[in-house]
Design a protein around this ligand. Structure first.
Ligand code: HEM
Length: 394
Protein backbone atom coordinates (compact mmCIF):
# COMPACT_ATOMS: atom_id res chain seq x y z
CA UNK A 1 0.00 0.00 0.00
CA UNK A 2 1.30 3.48 -0.76
CA UNK A 3 2.33 5.91 2.00
CA UNK A 4 -0.50 8.24 1.05
CA UNK A 5 -3.20 5.52 1.16
CA UNK A 6 -1.91 4.28 4.53
CA UNK A 7 -1.92 7.73 6.03
CA UNK A 8 -5.08 9.28 4.61
CA UNK A 9 -8.55 8.03 3.95
CA UNK A 10 -8.20 7.90 0.15
CA UNK A 11 -11.52 7.19 -1.62
CA UNK A 12 -11.62 3.79 -3.32
CA UNK A 13 -12.26 5.33 -6.73
CA UNK A 14 -8.83 7.02 -6.62
CA UNK A 15 -7.39 3.57 -7.30
CA UNK A 16 -4.03 4.87 -8.55
CA UNK A 17 -3.25 6.19 -5.05
CA UNK A 18 -3.67 2.76 -3.49
CA UNK A 19 -0.57 1.27 -5.08
CA UNK A 20 0.57 0.11 -8.53
CA UNK A 21 -2.31 -0.70 -10.86
CA UNK A 22 -2.33 -3.86 -12.92
CA UNK A 23 -4.00 -3.83 -16.29
CA UNK A 24 -3.49 -2.48 -19.75
CA UNK A 25 -2.53 1.08 -20.66
CA UNK A 26 -5.78 1.43 -22.65
CA UNK A 27 -9.01 -0.26 -21.51
CA UNK A 28 -12.68 -0.15 -22.47
CA UNK A 29 -15.17 0.39 -19.63
CA UNK A 30 -18.44 -1.15 -20.79
CA UNK A 31 -20.49 0.18 -17.83
CA UNK A 32 -19.53 3.79 -18.60
CA UNK A 33 -19.38 3.21 -22.37
CA UNK A 34 -15.98 4.84 -22.68
CA UNK A 35 -12.28 4.13 -23.20
CA UNK A 36 -9.76 4.84 -20.46
CA UNK A 37 -6.18 5.75 -21.31
CA UNK A 38 -3.89 5.16 -18.32
CA UNK A 39 -0.38 4.82 -19.82
CA UNK A 40 1.95 7.80 -20.14
CA UNK A 41 3.15 7.30 -23.76
CA UNK A 42 -0.40 6.42 -24.88
CA UNK A 43 -1.82 9.54 -23.20
CA UNK A 44 0.92 11.61 -24.82
CA UNK A 45 -0.22 10.30 -28.21
CA UNK A 46 -3.81 11.29 -27.42
CA UNK A 47 -2.99 14.81 -26.29
CA UNK A 48 -0.64 15.52 -29.20
CA UNK A 49 -3.11 14.41 -31.89
CA UNK A 50 -6.19 16.65 -31.72
CA UNK A 51 -7.18 15.66 -35.28
CA UNK A 52 -7.86 12.08 -34.08
CA UNK A 53 -8.68 12.80 -30.42
CA UNK A 54 -10.99 15.77 -30.63
CA UNK A 55 -11.80 17.97 -27.64
CA UNK A 56 -15.36 18.37 -28.89
CA UNK A 57 -16.73 15.59 -26.68
CA UNK A 58 -20.31 16.91 -26.73
CA UNK A 59 -20.51 15.69 -30.32
CA UNK A 60 -20.47 12.03 -29.26
CA UNK A 61 -22.71 12.29 -26.20
CA UNK A 62 -26.03 10.62 -27.13
CA UNK A 63 -28.85 13.20 -27.38
CA UNK A 64 -30.96 11.43 -24.73
CA UNK A 65 -28.14 11.98 -22.26
CA UNK A 66 -28.21 15.74 -22.65
CA UNK A 67 -30.40 17.90 -20.39
CA UNK A 68 -33.87 18.61 -21.69
CA UNK A 69 -33.27 22.33 -21.96
CA UNK A 70 -30.65 23.72 -24.32
CA UNK A 71 -27.20 23.25 -22.86
CA UNK A 72 -24.12 23.54 -24.94
CA UNK A 73 -20.45 23.72 -24.30
CA UNK A 74 -19.96 24.81 -27.88
CA UNK A 75 -17.43 27.58 -28.19
CA UNK A 76 -15.71 26.75 -24.91
CA UNK A 77 -11.98 26.82 -25.42
CA UNK A 78 -11.59 23.40 -23.80
CA UNK A 79 -14.03 21.91 -26.36
CA UNK A 80 -12.52 23.48 -29.50
CA UNK A 81 -10.25 21.86 -32.06
CA UNK A 82 -7.91 23.53 -34.58
CA UNK A 83 -8.21 25.91 -36.31
CA UNK A 84 -10.93 27.53 -34.11
CA UNK A 85 -9.04 26.67 -30.95
CA UNK A 86 -5.89 28.49 -32.04
CA UNK A 87 -7.80 31.63 -32.95
CA UNK A 88 -9.59 31.82 -29.59
CA UNK A 89 -6.48 30.87 -27.63
CA UNK A 90 -4.56 33.72 -29.29
CA UNK A 91 -7.30 36.20 -28.42
CA UNK A 92 -7.68 35.24 -24.76
CA UNK A 93 -3.90 34.93 -24.33
CA UNK A 94 -3.55 38.53 -25.46
CA UNK A 95 -5.61 39.56 -22.41
CA UNK A 96 -4.40 36.94 -19.91
CA UNK A 97 -0.66 37.46 -20.31
CA UNK A 98 2.28 36.25 -18.22
CA UNK A 99 2.89 39.85 -17.14
CA UNK A 100 -0.71 40.24 -15.91
CA UNK A 101 -0.08 37.13 -13.78
CA UNK A 102 3.44 37.99 -12.58
CA UNK A 103 2.24 41.42 -11.37
CA UNK A 104 -0.09 39.64 -8.92
CA UNK A 105 2.73 38.30 -6.71
CA UNK A 106 2.63 41.04 -4.01
CA UNK A 107 -1.17 40.86 -3.79
CA UNK A 108 -1.09 37.05 -3.45
CA UNK A 109 1.46 37.37 -0.62
CA UNK A 110 -0.55 40.07 1.17
CA UNK A 111 -3.77 38.06 0.90
CA UNK A 112 -2.09 34.90 2.19
CA UNK A 113 -0.86 36.78 5.28
CA UNK A 114 -4.29 38.37 5.85
CA UNK A 115 -6.06 35.00 5.63
CA UNK A 116 -3.54 33.35 7.96
CA UNK A 117 -3.87 36.24 10.45
CA UNK A 118 -7.66 35.77 10.48
CA UNK A 119 -7.25 32.02 11.08
CA UNK A 120 -4.76 32.68 13.92
CA UNK A 121 -7.23 35.10 15.55
CA UNK A 122 -9.96 32.44 15.34
CA UNK A 123 -7.62 29.98 17.06
CA UNK A 124 -8.00 27.07 14.62
CA UNK A 125 -6.63 26.32 11.20
CA UNK A 126 -8.35 24.26 8.55
CA UNK A 127 -6.32 24.72 5.39
CA UNK A 128 -9.15 24.56 2.83
CA UNK A 129 -11.66 26.95 4.45
CA UNK A 130 -9.04 29.29 5.84
CA UNK A 131 -6.60 29.56 2.93
CA UNK A 132 -6.64 27.13 0.02
CA UNK A 133 -10.20 27.93 -1.04
CA UNK A 134 -10.47 31.70 -0.44
CA UNK A 135 -7.01 32.66 -1.72
CA UNK A 136 -7.33 31.59 -5.39
CA UNK A 137 -11.00 32.65 -5.53
CA UNK A 138 -10.25 36.16 -4.29
CA UNK A 139 -7.28 36.39 -6.69
CA UNK A 140 -9.28 35.32 -9.76
CA UNK A 141 -12.29 37.45 -8.78
CA UNK A 142 -10.09 40.55 -8.35
CA UNK A 143 -8.30 39.80 -11.59
CA UNK A 144 -11.55 39.41 -13.53
CA UNK A 145 -13.06 42.39 -11.77
CA UNK A 146 -16.08 40.71 -10.15
CA UNK A 147 -16.72 41.33 -6.42
CA UNK A 148 -14.76 38.80 -4.34
CA UNK A 149 -17.47 39.26 -1.68
CA UNK A 150 -19.71 37.18 -4.00
CA UNK A 151 -17.52 34.16 -3.37
CA UNK A 152 -20.18 32.18 -1.49
CA UNK A 153 -22.08 32.29 -4.78
CA UNK A 154 -19.06 31.06 -6.78
CA UNK A 155 -18.61 28.22 -4.31
CA UNK A 156 -22.25 27.21 -4.65
CA UNK A 157 -21.88 27.05 -8.45
CA UNK A 158 -18.54 25.28 -8.40
CA UNK A 159 -19.76 22.67 -5.88
CA UNK A 160 -22.87 21.97 -7.92
CA UNK A 161 -20.75 21.51 -11.04
CA UNK A 162 -17.88 19.47 -9.66
CA UNK A 163 -18.69 17.67 -6.44
CA UNK A 164 -20.24 14.46 -7.63
CA UNK A 165 -19.60 11.09 -6.04
CA UNK A 166 -19.77 7.99 -8.09
CA UNK A 167 -18.10 6.88 -11.26
CA UNK A 168 -20.49 8.05 -13.96
CA UNK A 169 -22.64 5.40 -15.59
CA UNK A 170 -24.62 6.19 -18.73
CA UNK A 171 -27.84 6.89 -16.74
CA UNK A 172 -26.04 8.94 -14.14
CA UNK A 173 -24.42 11.19 -16.69
CA UNK A 174 -27.85 12.37 -17.89
CA UNK A 175 -28.96 13.11 -14.30
CA UNK A 176 -25.70 14.89 -13.62
CA UNK A 177 -26.13 17.15 -16.63
CA UNK A 178 -29.64 18.12 -15.50
CA UNK A 179 -28.35 18.97 -12.02
CA UNK A 180 -25.75 21.37 -13.40
CA UNK A 181 -28.14 23.37 -15.62
CA UNK A 182 -29.45 25.80 -12.99
CA UNK A 183 -26.11 26.86 -11.50
CA UNK A 184 -24.66 27.03 -15.00
CA UNK A 185 -27.36 29.45 -16.16
CA UNK A 186 -27.03 31.58 -13.02
CA UNK A 187 -23.29 31.83 -13.50
CA UNK A 188 -23.60 32.75 -17.20
CA UNK A 189 -26.14 35.47 -16.42
CA UNK A 190 -23.97 36.85 -13.62
CA UNK A 191 -20.88 37.10 -15.84
CA UNK A 192 -22.85 38.39 -18.85
CA UNK A 193 -24.15 41.27 -16.68
CA UNK A 194 -20.62 42.14 -15.59
CA UNK A 195 -19.23 41.90 -19.14
CA UNK A 196 -22.03 44.15 -20.50
CA UNK A 197 -21.22 46.67 -17.77
CA UNK A 198 -17.52 46.73 -18.80
CA UNK A 199 -18.48 47.48 -22.37
CA UNK A 200 -20.24 50.62 -21.17
CA UNK A 201 -17.77 51.51 -18.45
CA UNK A 202 -14.29 49.99 -19.02
CA UNK A 203 -12.13 49.38 -15.95
CA UNK A 204 -8.61 48.15 -15.28
CA UNK A 205 -9.60 44.48 -15.06
CA UNK A 206 -9.40 41.27 -17.07
CA UNK A 207 -13.08 41.33 -18.07
CA UNK A 208 -12.50 44.71 -19.73
CA UNK A 209 -9.35 43.37 -21.43
CA UNK A 210 -11.36 40.41 -22.73
CA UNK A 211 -14.15 42.65 -23.99
CA UNK A 212 -11.57 44.83 -25.77
CA UNK A 213 -9.16 42.05 -26.90
CA UNK A 214 -8.43 42.20 -30.61
CA UNK A 215 -6.31 39.95 -32.85
CA UNK A 216 -6.08 40.60 -36.62
CA UNK A 217 -8.97 43.04 -36.37
CA UNK A 218 -11.25 40.47 -34.69
CA UNK A 219 -12.84 40.79 -31.26
CA UNK A 220 -14.35 38.16 -29.00
CA UNK A 221 -18.11 37.80 -29.43
CA UNK A 222 -20.08 38.46 -26.19
CA UNK A 223 -20.89 34.79 -25.56
CA UNK A 224 -17.21 33.89 -25.90
CA UNK A 225 -16.25 36.49 -23.29
CA UNK A 226 -18.79 34.95 -20.91
CA UNK A 227 -17.66 31.38 -21.69
CA UNK A 228 -14.06 32.24 -21.05
CA UNK A 229 -14.87 34.11 -17.84
CA UNK A 230 -16.78 31.02 -16.64
CA UNK A 231 -13.75 28.82 -17.28
CA UNK A 232 -11.46 31.23 -15.45
CA UNK A 233 -13.77 31.50 -12.48
CA UNK A 234 -14.14 27.72 -12.18
CA UNK A 235 -10.67 26.57 -13.23
CA UNK A 236 -9.21 29.54 -11.40
CA UNK A 237 -10.12 28.28 -8.02
CA UNK A 238 -11.08 24.62 -7.79
CA UNK A 239 -7.81 23.32 -9.15
CA UNK A 240 -5.49 25.68 -7.28
CA UNK A 241 -7.35 24.92 -4.04
CA UNK A 242 -6.54 21.28 -4.69
CA UNK A 243 -2.92 22.06 -5.53
CA UNK A 244 -2.35 23.85 -2.21
CA UNK A 245 -4.05 21.16 -0.12
CA UNK A 246 -2.29 18.36 -1.98
CA UNK A 247 1.12 19.96 -1.55
CA UNK A 248 0.59 20.21 2.21
CA UNK A 249 -0.45 16.51 2.27
CA UNK A 250 2.74 15.57 0.40
CA UNK A 251 4.97 17.52 2.80
CA UNK A 252 3.10 16.02 5.76
CA UNK A 253 3.50 12.46 4.49
CA UNK A 254 7.17 13.00 3.52
CA UNK A 255 8.64 15.08 6.40
CA UNK A 256 12.22 14.78 5.07
CA UNK A 257 11.11 16.60 1.95
CA UNK A 258 9.48 19.25 4.11
CA UNK A 259 12.78 19.78 5.96
CA UNK A 260 14.63 20.05 2.65
CA UNK A 261 12.15 22.56 1.20
CA UNK A 262 12.23 24.61 4.40
CA UNK A 263 16.03 24.73 4.35
CA UNK A 264 16.34 25.58 0.65
CA UNK A 265 13.45 27.65 -0.62
CA UNK A 266 14.81 27.63 -4.17
CA UNK A 267 13.44 24.06 -4.37
CA UNK A 268 9.82 25.18 -3.81
CA UNK A 269 8.98 25.27 -7.55
CA UNK A 270 10.19 21.64 -7.80
CA UNK A 271 8.01 20.72 -4.80
CA UNK A 272 5.00 22.23 -6.59
CA UNK A 273 5.77 20.32 -9.82
CA UNK A 274 6.18 17.02 -7.96
CA UNK A 275 2.95 17.66 -6.07
CA UNK A 276 1.19 18.07 -9.45
CA UNK A 277 2.59 14.70 -10.53
CA UNK A 278 2.07 12.88 -7.25
CA UNK A 279 -1.45 14.11 -6.45
CA UNK A 280 -2.68 15.39 -9.82
CA UNK A 281 -5.64 17.72 -9.13
CA UNK A 282 -7.38 17.47 -12.48
CA UNK A 283 -7.20 13.67 -12.75
CA UNK A 284 -8.70 13.15 -16.23
CA UNK A 285 -9.50 14.95 -19.49
CA UNK A 286 -12.06 13.91 -22.09
CA UNK A 287 -11.61 13.44 -25.84
CA UNK A 288 -13.68 11.95 -28.70
CA UNK A 289 -12.22 9.89 -31.54
CA UNK A 290 -12.82 11.22 -35.05
CA UNK A 291 -11.69 7.97 -36.74
CA UNK A 292 -10.76 4.39 -35.88
CA UNK A 293 -7.35 4.41 -34.25
CA UNK A 294 -4.77 1.98 -32.81
CA UNK A 295 -3.62 2.93 -29.33
CA UNK A 296 -1.60 0.89 -26.85
CA UNK A 297 -2.31 -2.35 -28.73
CA UNK A 298 -6.09 -1.91 -28.99
CA UNK A 299 -8.32 -0.53 -31.71
CA UNK A 300 -10.65 2.27 -30.71
CA UNK A 301 -13.50 2.85 -33.18
CA UNK A 302 -14.51 6.32 -34.40
CA UNK A 303 -16.87 8.52 -32.32
CA UNK A 304 -15.90 7.04 -28.94
CA UNK A 305 -15.43 8.91 -25.67
CA UNK A 306 -11.85 8.61 -24.43
CA UNK A 307 -10.86 9.54 -20.88
CA UNK A 308 -7.21 10.49 -20.60
CA UNK A 309 -6.12 9.78 -17.01
CA UNK A 310 -3.44 12.38 -16.32
CA UNK A 311 -3.23 11.26 -12.68
CA UNK A 312 -2.61 7.64 -13.61
CA UNK A 313 -0.15 8.44 -16.42
CA UNK A 314 1.76 10.54 -13.88
CA UNK A 315 2.43 7.30 -11.99
CA UNK A 316 3.42 5.21 -15.00
CA UNK A 317 6.66 3.44 -13.94
CA UNK A 318 7.77 3.38 -17.60
CA UNK A 319 8.16 7.16 -17.32
CA UNK A 320 8.61 7.84 -13.58
CA UNK A 321 10.81 5.40 -11.62
CA UNK A 322 9.39 4.69 -8.13
CA UNK A 323 6.22 6.61 -8.94
CA UNK A 324 4.78 6.19 -5.43
CA UNK A 325 7.64 8.16 -3.90
CA UNK A 326 7.25 11.93 -3.57
CA UNK A 327 10.58 13.19 -4.88
CA UNK A 328 10.88 16.86 -5.86
CA UNK A 329 14.42 16.09 -7.07
CA UNK A 330 13.11 14.35 -10.23
CA UNK A 331 14.91 15.93 -13.14
CA UNK A 332 13.31 16.14 -15.60
CA UNK A 333 9.76 15.86 -14.28
CA UNK A 334 7.62 15.82 -17.44
CA UNK A 335 4.32 15.36 -15.56
CA UNK A 336 1.06 15.99 -17.40
CA UNK A 337 -0.71 17.68 -14.47
CA UNK A 338 -1.40 20.72 -16.64
CA UNK A 339 -2.12 18.63 -19.74
CA UNK A 340 0.02 18.65 -22.88
CA UNK A 341 -0.18 20.02 -26.41
CA UNK A 342 -2.47 22.76 -27.68
CA UNK A 343 -4.79 22.74 -24.63
CA UNK A 344 -1.92 22.99 -22.12
CA UNK A 345 -3.32 24.83 -19.10
CA UNK A 346 -3.51 28.55 -19.79
CA UNK A 347 -3.59 29.26 -16.06
CA UNK A 348 -0.44 27.27 -15.24
CA UNK A 349 1.67 30.39 -14.53
CA UNK A 350 -0.99 31.66 -12.10
CA UNK A 351 -1.40 28.29 -10.36
CA UNK A 352 2.39 27.92 -10.03
CA UNK A 353 2.73 31.45 -8.66
CA UNK A 354 -0.06 30.98 -6.11
CA UNK A 355 1.40 27.64 -5.07
CA UNK A 356 4.93 29.01 -4.65
CA UNK A 357 3.94 32.17 -2.76
CA UNK A 358 1.44 30.47 -0.43
CA UNK A 359 3.72 27.52 0.35
CA UNK A 360 6.65 29.80 1.19
CA UNK A 361 4.50 31.77 3.61
CA UNK A 362 3.03 28.60 5.15
CA UNK A 363 6.55 27.30 5.79
CA UNK A 364 7.54 30.67 7.29
CA UNK A 365 4.60 30.73 9.65
CA UNK A 366 4.02 27.07 10.54
CA UNK A 367 6.88 24.91 11.74
CA UNK A 368 6.31 22.03 11.36
CA UNK A 369 3.51 22.02 8.80
CA UNK A 370 1.52 19.01 10.04
CA UNK A 371 -1.94 17.55 9.59
CA UNK A 372 -3.95 16.78 12.75
CA UNK A 373 -3.99 12.98 13.36
CA UNK A 374 -7.09 13.36 15.61
CA UNK A 375 -9.00 15.17 12.89
CA UNK A 376 -7.87 13.56 9.61
CA UNK A 377 -7.95 15.08 6.12
CA UNK A 378 -10.98 14.37 3.94
CA UNK A 379 -10.57 13.96 0.20
CA UNK A 380 -13.22 14.85 -2.38
CA UNK A 381 -14.91 11.67 -3.64
CA UNK A 382 -15.24 12.94 -7.25
CA UNK A 383 -13.20 10.38 -9.24
CA UNK A 384 -11.83 12.87 -11.76
CA UNK A 385 -10.56 15.27 -9.07
CA UNK A 386 -7.86 14.68 -6.51
CA UNK A 387 -7.99 17.15 -3.68
CA UNK A 388 -8.78 17.63 -0.02
CA UNK A 389 -12.06 19.20 0.96
CA UNK A 390 -11.04 19.46 4.64
CA UNK A 391 -7.52 19.59 6.00
CA UNK A 392 -7.18 20.51 9.69
CA UNK A 393 -3.61 21.42 10.65
CA UNK A 394 -1.97 21.25 14.07
C1 HEM B 1 -6.63 23.76 -19.27
C2 HEM B 1 -5.13 21.73 -15.13
C3 HEM B 1 -5.23 26.04 -12.92
C4 HEM B 1 -7.29 27.91 -16.85
C5 HEM B 1 -6.17 22.85 -18.35
C6 HEM B 1 -5.88 21.47 -18.64
C7 HEM B 1 -5.48 20.91 -17.47
C8 HEM B 1 -5.50 21.94 -16.45
C9 HEM B 1 -5.09 19.46 -17.24
C10 HEM B 1 -5.97 20.78 -20.01
C11 HEM B 1 -7.37 20.32 -20.32
C12 HEM B 1 -7.43 19.50 -21.59
O1 HEM B 1 -6.40 19.15 -22.19
O2 HEM B 1 -8.56 19.17 -22.01
C13 HEM B 1 -5.01 22.73 -14.19
C14 HEM B 1 -4.47 22.55 -12.86
C15 HEM B 1 -4.48 23.77 -12.25
C16 HEM B 1 -5.05 24.71 -13.19
C17 HEM B 1 -3.98 21.22 -12.30
C18 HEM B 1 -4.02 24.16 -10.88
C19 HEM B 1 -3.20 23.49 -10.16
C20 HEM B 1 -5.78 26.93 -13.79
C21 HEM B 1 -5.98 28.31 -13.52
C22 HEM B 1 -6.59 28.84 -14.63
C23 HEM B 1 -6.73 27.78 -15.60
C24 HEM B 1 -5.55 29.02 -12.25
C25 HEM B 1 -7.03 30.23 -14.91
C26 HEM B 1 -7.10 31.20 -14.09
C27 HEM B 1 -7.28 26.95 -17.84
C28 HEM B 1 -7.79 27.16 -19.18
C29 HEM B 1 -7.61 25.96 -19.88
C30 HEM B 1 -6.98 25.04 -18.94
C31 HEM B 1 -8.41 28.42 -19.73
C32 HEM B 1 -8.01 25.64 -21.33
C33 HEM B 1 -6.86 25.84 -22.26
C34 HEM B 1 -7.20 25.42 -23.68
O3 HEM B 1 -8.16 24.67 -23.90
O4 HEM B 1 -6.49 25.88 -24.59
N1 HEM B 1 -5.91 23.11 -17.01
N2 HEM B 1 -5.36 24.04 -14.35
N3 HEM B 1 -6.24 26.63 -15.06
N4 HEM B 1 -6.79 25.67 -17.73
FE1 HEM B 1 -5.99 24.89 -16.07
Amino acid sequence: MSVIAERYNIPEQHFWLHGPRSGQPVEFDASAGMWNVYGYPELHEVLMDPATFSSNTMRVVPKEMLPKEGFSLEGFITQLDPPEHGKLRKLVSSAFTRKVVADLEPRIAALTHELLDEARDRGRFELVTDLAYPLPVIVIAELLGVPSSDRALFKKWADALFQRDAKPTLERRAEDLDAVMKPWREMSDYLADHAAERKLRPRADLLTRLVEAEVDGERLPDDQVVNFAIILLLAGHITTTMLLGNTVLCLDAFPDQQDKARADRSTIPDVIEESLRFLTPFAAVGRATTREVELGGVTIPADQVVMGWLAVANRDPRQFPNPDVFDPGRDPNPHVGFGRGIHFCLGAPLARLEGRVALNILLDRLNPLRTNPDDPAELMPTPTMTGVRRLPLL
